[in-house]
Design a protein around this ligand. Structure first.
Ligand code: ZN
Length: 572
């Protein structure tokens, strides 16, 4: 008698093999039979007409703080994620000296737009060293497995104090000390080391993340630890401008250590062909023995502009600022007043930064997101195009759009991966054999970005709904978000439905699978706000053999654990 039998489903097993009809049996926390007809189960689930797939492994999240207070790790758990890797992009909460808690919160708030008040109220700080942070995570049961990485920003500030925080060059002693902290973290179970090399990532005081300008000797000195232990991934976000020196150190560190380096790869409008050169460069680097893994997104990195969010085209207008603190319903009522609208649209505004000015007024690239949300709209659907057709200004169309759906409508600004106004570049990136899917940023950018739904979007858009170009095969998409992501991080015990593998499983009604429009909720500690997006169509999510969610509701089961280090494939 099996513990659980999922009967008669369409098994998409994560290996990329063609789907097959059959049963899946689970005993304890392991899968024990896949395909064919399994014996009886203590519990049986009728999965006829449903897809049965491995749980999603999302390698790019920022739940480092939230994971210490929220056992459900939402919104990722709503999207079938059963393992999330956090600590990306050089930011996290350990190691930390007792007098630097507020500073680390400011770093996370600045880089990842997670409300500092929520972090300050939510985090209990029962640790100083990285292994103590892992112990704190380990002591807390949750609805999914989590993996942590050692963040350069925290390590640098811990070792070098103000010099580190202010990005002064590291001495040989600093590097040795940082390396020893990373060694200790990896030995205790960290899955990697992460760093930030983009000027877009800044602490709340405006200083780029500690380590942004780290020289090759620092990166090599720390990277060698990964090589020495034979484990761990080096993850980074870089502007890659210029790209040559960045590629050069990545290749050098990967070749010297034998460890994979994964870097964010996105198409930008300034140099819309760069991504292709970078893919070619990783092929060439591979031929020379370096393992560079471009981390790609399943849709554009987009800002969502809304009345409840951080940014929209009118945040700088005096007339708006006078209303900004009113409750949403009241604000909408006031904004509907024709006189308020007339005054607002007549105001000329200076934005605090040119980036902000561009982002908030790039109307040729701003679209009504709608409900259900459309993430691949044609150029003719932009606010600017709508305005031309209606014979009014783009500002006016934006204004009216923001008031739709009682002020809940959002404007969609795909600022990366959308230079061609379609997903063809993304499609090529997803198909490239060296890339890995990531960048969903679960837990982060709470006021303006919401891409934690990426695993669901792969199925709804790429496998089923895409109209403006070719779709991708379901088997391939599932493999990309399960076996491939797990394998990069050495988690060979999951990501495939096979006997002996960890029983992390999604049962999905693919016909009914749908994404809701993103919404702003105020459920972080201290009533902090965050954008979330819900999904329907997940019938069941199973972690380590326990059903953690059924028909969209958490069951209360918390079998998730901290994953310490790489995991061996089962011997069957
Ligand atoms: Zn990130």
């Amino acid at each position: 008698m099996h513990d659980l039998v999922i009967r008669g489903g369409t098994l998409v097993d994560g290996s990329g093999s063609p789907r097959q009809q059959g049963d899946l049996a689970i005993d304890g926390d392991r899968i024990t039979a896949v395909g064919g007809v399994a014996g009886a189960g203590r519990r049986e689930v009728d999965a006829r007409g449903l897809v049965v797939a491995p749980g999603w492994v999302d390698i790019h999240t920022h739940y480092d703080g939230q994971a210490t207070w929220d056992p459900y790790v939402t919104p990722s758990s709503w999207h079938g994620v059963t393992t999330a890797v956090m600590g990306n992009c050089g930011v996290g909460f350990a190691p930390v000296r007792p007098d630097r808690h507020a500073w680390l919160i400011g770093l996370m708030e600045g880089v990842e737009d997670i409300p500092g008040t929520a972090l300050a109220e939510g985090i209990r700080w029962s640790w100083e060293a990285f292994p103590e942070y892992l112990d704190a995570l380990d002591a807390m049961p949750r609805a999914m497995d989590l993996g942590a990485q050692v963040p350069h920003g925290a390590v640098r500030a811990y070792v070098m104090g103000e010099r580190g925080a202010k990005n002064a060059p590291a001495t040989a002693d600093d590097i040795a000390e940082m390396a020893s902290i990373v060694r200790e973290g990896l030995a205790a179970g960290a899955l990697g080391f992460t760093t930030s090399r983009t000027l877009l990532h800044r602490a709340i005081d405006g200083e780029p993340v500690p380590g942004t300008f780290a020289a090759t000797d620092e990166l090599l000195g720390i990277g060698r630890v990964l090589g020495e232990l034979g484990r761990g991934v080096l993850e980074l976000a870089s502007d890659l401008m210029p790209e040559e020196p960045e590629l050069a150190w990545m290749e050098q560190v990967s070749a010297a250590t034998g460890r994979p380096i994964t870097f964010a790869l996105l198409q930008n409008d300034v140099d819309p062909g760069q991504w292709r050169r970078l893919l070619d460069a990783t092929d060439q680097a591979a031929a020379r023995g370096a393992h560079l893994v471009p981390q790609v997104a399943a849709r554009p990195t987009s800002l969502l502009l809304g009345l409840q969010g951080t940014l929209h085209p009118f945040v700088g207008h005096a007339t708006y600022r006078a209303l900004a603190d009113l409750p949403l319903a009241e604000r909408v009522r006031r904004l509907q007043d024709p006189e308020t609208k007339r005054r607002m649209l007549a105001e000329r505004v200076a934005f605090s930064s040119p980036v902000l000015a561009y982002l908030a007024t790039a109307f040729h690239k701003i679209f009504p997101l709608g409900d259900p949300p459309d993430y691949e709209p044609p150029a003719e659907a932009s606010i600017a195009a709508l305005a031309r057709r209606r014979g009014v200004t783009a500002e006016e169309v934006a204004y009216d759009t923001l008031l739709e759906r009682a002020g809940h409508q959002m404007l969609y600004l795909p600022f990366l991966n959308y230079s061609g106004f379609d997903f063809e570049a993304i499609r090529e990136m997803l198909l490239h054999p060296r890339t890995v899917i990531g960048l969903a940023d679960g837990g982060a950018h709470c006021g303006v970005i919401c891409d934690a739904s990426t695993p669901t979007f792969l199925l709804t858009h790429w496998a089923r709904d895409r109209r403006r170009g070719e779709r991708l095969g379901l088997e391939q998409l599932v493999r990309r978000q399960t076996r491939d992501t797990a394998a990069l991080y050495g988690l060979h015990d999951r990501g495939v439905l096979a006997p002996g593998m960890k029983a992390d499983v999604n049962v999905i009604d693919l016909d009914a699978l749908a994404l809701a429009a993103p919404e702003m909720v105020f459920d972080l500690p201290a009533r902090g706000r965050r954008l979330v997006q819900r999904a329907s169509g997940y019938r069941m999510t199973i972690v380590s053999g326990s059903v953690v969610a059924e028909k969209g509701s958490a069951t209360g089961a918390l079998p998730g654990r901290l994953v310490r280090g790489p995991q061996r494939a089962p011997r069957v």
